[in-house]
Design a protein around this ligand. Structure first.
Ligand SMILES: NC(=O)c1ccc[n+]([C@@H]2O[C@H](COP(=O)([O-])OP(=O)(O)OC[C@H]3O[C@@H](n4cnc5c(N)ncnc54)[C@H](OP(=O)(O)O)[C@@H]3O)[C@@H](O)[C@H]2O)c1
Length: 317
């Protein structure tokens, strides 16, 4: 009985592997537009696809980032500056992409740009940080997608949206999780609606990786500043001792991010080049072996696991 089961599981993975390794043809003629290419995953993906011979249209937030990327890549890669929170900037980038791709359309759109707000409890997160996070991580994804969609439909291409494993289970920085849950929901809706147009949507869910966004010193600095600027009633309610313990807990948790960004960019590349891309790619050991199983547990059990090591606020009954 167990042998048959093991053979069946083995067969399933063999068929899946065989199916997923089929690569789309004429990659060198295909255009891919990537947001947030100044650093991190976007930057590495742009270089990776350029090496593979694809036509990369890389959007950077700053001209400096664009210059640095151009210096590291072939003449085929082209850059544009794009702030995903600005409608005019998105419209200009869409026009620029349209002029480049012509009648072929856009094969791939990678919505990668994102920011991390200070890690805090929801109660002391500043409204402006919440709004900014949603603007970049969610509204930016939606606006860029809507601007590029006619071009992607023309190519019967791909949309690759970068969510996070925190888009599957909410812990740490509630507003960041909201933005990524939004990306998951939007991507699921798009996938179901666009199937008849031949457009495929993939979601990338990275675990914890070492990039500019996760720089430990910057993260801790932002966290401290948000606490210091919190209203007095919050400080009284939670207490300084609570914050100190929470801060040190986060500091410990931030040690040892995964440094191999290829785990993530290889998933993105697969989503863009495989004949049969996956709907979801969870990248990193922590994502696959901790967060995904955690997300399937009964809520009460997941709550216990997530909160068991958190300190107690000062003013609790
Ligand atoms: N690192 C992780 O552990 C992790 C885990 C899960 C998900 N993610 C997601 O992965 C994606 C890439 O992040 P990353 O880790 O590679 O961090 P990163 O190195 O900071 O990359 C984010 C990129 O987005 C750009 N950006 C920021 N605000 C923008 C805006 N308003 N318009 C356009 N571009 C903007 C940044 O430009 P500047 O560099 O000029 O600021 C940067 O190039 C994000 O969506 C993030 O949420 C990361």
């Amino acid at each position: 009985m167990w042998l048959y089961l093991a053979a069946l599981v083995g067969l399933y993975y063999l068929v899946r592997w065989q199916r997923e390794r089929q690569v789309v043809s004429h990659l060198r003629d295909k255009y891919v537009f990537i947001t947030g290419c100044d650093s991190g995953f976007g930057n590495l993906l742009a270089r990776q696809l350029d090496m593979r011979g694809m036509r990369v249209l890389a959007a950077c937030l700053t001209e400096k980032g664009a210059e640095q990327l151009r210096a590291q890549t072939s003449d085929r890669l082209e850059t544009v500056t794009l702030d995903v929170t600005k409608t005019e900037s998105i419209s200009a980038a869409a026009q620029w992409v349209k002029e480049h791709v012509g009648d072929r359309g856009l094969w791939g759109l990678v919505n990668n740009a994102g920011i991390m707000p200070p890690i805090t409890y929801c109660e002391w997160q500043k409204t402006e940080d919440c709004v900014n996070t949603l603007k970049v991580n969610l509204i930016g994804v939606i606006q860029v997608t809507l601007s590029m969609l006619p071009l992607v439909k023309r190519a019967r291409g791909r949309i690759v949206n970068v969510s996070s494993i925190l888009g599957r289970i909410a812990c740490m920085s509630g507003i960041y999780c909201c933005s990524k849950y939004g990306v998951e929901a939007y991507s699921d809706s798009l996938r179901r609606e666009l199937q008849h147009f031949g457009v495929k949507i993939s979601i990338i869910e990275p675990g914890y990786f070492k990039t500019g966004m996760t720089d430990m010193n910057k993260t801790l600095e932002k966290m401290k500043q948000t606490w210091e600027e919190a209203p007095e009633h919050i400080k009284e309610s939670y207490g300084q001792q609570f914050f100190d313990t929470f801060y040190h807990g986060i500091k410990q948790g931030l040690l040892g991010p995964c440094t191999n960004l290829n785990y993530v960019t290889d998933c993105m590349e697969h989503a863009l080049t495989s004949v049969h891309p996956r709907t979801r790619y969870s990248a990193g050991w922590d994502a696959q072996f901790y967060f995904i199983p955690l997300s399937y547990l009964p809520t009460s059990l997941a709550d216990y696991i997530v909160t068991r090591s958190l300190p107690k606020p000062a003013q609790v009954a």
